[in-house]
Structures are given as structure tokens and as C-alpha cells.
Design a protein around this ligand. Structure first.
Ligand code: ATR
Length: 275
């Protein structure tokens, strides 16, 4: 039996076990994917204890993505660029490999829900400056975007991302959002605002072109206040659940050695679990 899982805190409501176990069953693979609840102070010991490959690999989520990167022996280029790992693979020789499939997931979500969208065709605006925003900026940079605008409440954090990723990425404050939204092909919310129970964003989405695609990385609720605002303005939207599925597909391949079967509708399963 091949074992993989997801580690985070909190982890009880993670959608990842639903996706991976449905794929395992449909593919007839002798495998299991489990949620691991690990306290932050125990994370390093937990990961180091898995060296040797008894567990094939882990997805890593909040708040461990940066720590996961620092524990790895080998780091993929895209994980280094994002400065975060959402995938750890445990090789039989004891090595820990870190990768980041969040960027692939983000671009896959656009490909599925906004077919024809071209990431390099127009400027992109990214809200936030945490790990999610950094990963999104790195993904669009890798996809050939030439004008990436990172907008954050704390401008200094956006400036750090711009300094790390180069002149294609520029930093803006929330008061400059209208300016930063002009002419964009995509607007992405990578802040934690909009998560159930947190304050929602009040930004001039109307300043984006009518053709702009609006995306939210938050998927609880699936239709966030931000996406609802965008839809009310007639904007096409992409949701965070599709990104979650998009990052899980290459992770499944890394853990179980094959592409997940398309015969199972994991999106519907996850939506049912979200309620
Ligand atoms: P991540 O999970 O992506 O690593 P994080 O580091 O916790 O995220 O950062 C959360 C992001 O949401 C930050 O960009 C934060 O802005 P600050 O850097 O100014 O703190 C942003 N954020 C959270 N709540 C917000 C709110 N109510 N309005 C605007 N931005 C908010």
C-alpha cells in the first residue's frame, strides 16, 4: 500500500483527501491519502521521521509551506522561485525533494474555467503579498507575463516580492488599486480576506477591463464576496477549488506515479463536501 497525505494546521476540513482517495479508488491503485494534524513545533521532527520513503510524499499547506522548503535536500526551480513548497517527496535513498505545484494549479484553473485566457497577453493584478501571492506572481512570470502588479495593504511586503522576482513585477498600495487594475487581463485575490469570518475586500473591480478574468484563491465559500462582486459587474470568474484540483493533479503523479483518472468528477465531490 502506497501512502501519501497532507499536513497542515488546521487540517480536518482539507479537501485534498477527498480528491486523492477518489482518484486512487477510480484508478484501482493500492494506496491511501491521509490528513496529518501536526503542531508547528513538531513539524520538523514529523517530516524528518518520514525519510526513507515508507510514506511516498506529502502535500503541505498553511502554515508549513516555507518550513517544508527549508527541510528539503533538493528544491525544484519553481519551488525556489515561489519560496514555498506544497509538495514533499520522500525518496527511498532518504532524500527529501521539495516542489511547488500551486502555480501549475493556478494556471490550470484559468485553462479550465476561462478557456482561451492567455497569461502573457495582458498585465495581471495580484492582491496580497503572502505565500499565495508570491506563488501567483512566480507562476505568471514563468508563463511569460511581462507586467505583473502586486497590490498589498502593507506595500513593503509587495516590494519584497518585486525585488525578488525582478522588474516585471511592480508593487502597489491598496490606494493605488484603481491604477493597478487598468488594462489587466486577470485580477487574482491571494489575500486571506474573504475567508469565511474575515473582512471582505472593498476594491474598485470596475476599474478592470470588462474582458478581465477575476479569480479568488479562497474556496470557502466557493463564491466569495470578491467573486460575487466581480460577477455582479459582469466579469468572468475562476474559483479557488479549481486551483486546488489543479495543484493536486501533478502532486498525485508525484506520489503515485500516474496521472489521476478523468473518470471521476472530483469537483462535484469536493463541492458536496464544502456544503
Ligand atoms: P499566505 O497564506 O498567502 O501566505 P499571509 O502571509 O497570511 O498569506 O498573508 C495574507 C495576505 O492577506 C497579506 O497580503 C495581507 O495583507 P498584509 O500583508 O498587509 O497583512 C492580506 N490581508 C489579510 N486580510 C486583509 C484585509 N482585511 N484587507 C486587505 N488585505 C488583507
Amino acid at each position: 500500500t502506497r501512502v501519501a497525505g497532507v499536513v497542515g494546521q488546521p487540517i480536518a476540513h482539507s479537501m485534498s483527501p477527498i480528491l486523492h482517495n477518489a482518484w486512487l479508488a477510480a484508478a484501482g491503485i493500492d494506496g491511501v491519502y491521509a490528513p496529518f494534524a501536526v503542531r508547528p513545533e513538531a513539524f520538523e521532527t514529523f517530516v524528518r521521521g518520514l525519510r526513507g520513503g515508507s510514506v511516498a510524499g506529502l502535500n503541505v499547506t498553511v502554515p508549513f509551506k516555507t518550513m517544508a522548503l527549508s527541510l528539503a535536500d533538493e528544491v525544484s526551480d519553481r519551488a525556489r522561485l515561489a519560496q514555498a513548497a506544497n509538495v514533499l517527496v520522500f525518496r527511498a535513498d532518504g532524500a527529501i525533494l521539495a516542489d511547488n505545484t500551486d502555480g501549475l494549479g493556478l494556471l490550470a484553473a484559468f485553462a479550465v474555467q476561462a478557456p482561451g485566457f492567455e497569461p502573457a497577453a495582458a498585465p495581471v493584478a495580484i492582491l496580497g503579498a503572502g505565500g499565495g501571492a508570491r506563488g501567483a506572481a512566480a507562476a505568471f512570470l514563468s508563463a511569460g507575463a511581462t507586467d505583473i502588479r502586486v497590490i498589498n495593504r502593507t506595500v513593503a511586503r509587495a516590494e519584497e516580492i518585486a525585488a525578488d522576482l525582478g522588474p516585471t513585477v511592480r508593487a502597489y498600495g491598496l490606494d493605488q488599486a484603481g491604477l493597478a487594475f487598468a488594462g489587466v487581463g486577470a485580477l487574482i485575490n491571494a489575500t486571506s480576506a474573504g475567508l469565511s469570518g474575515t473582512g471582505s475586500l472593498d476594491l474598485p473591480i470596475a476599474a478592470t477591463p470588462e474582458t478581465a478574468v477575476v479569480m479568488d484563491m479562497v474556496y470557502k465559500p466557493l463564491l466569495t464576496p470578491f467573486l460575487a462582486q466581480a460577477q455582479a459587474l459582469g466579469r468572468h470568474t475562476v474559483d479557488g477549488l479549481e486551483m486546488l484540483i489543479g495543484q493536486a493533479i501533478p502532486a498525485f503523479h508525484a506520489f503515485f506515479g500516474q496521472t489521476p483518472p478523468t473518470s471521476v468528477d472530483v469537483r462535484t465531490l469536493a463541492k458536496q463536501a464544502l456544503g
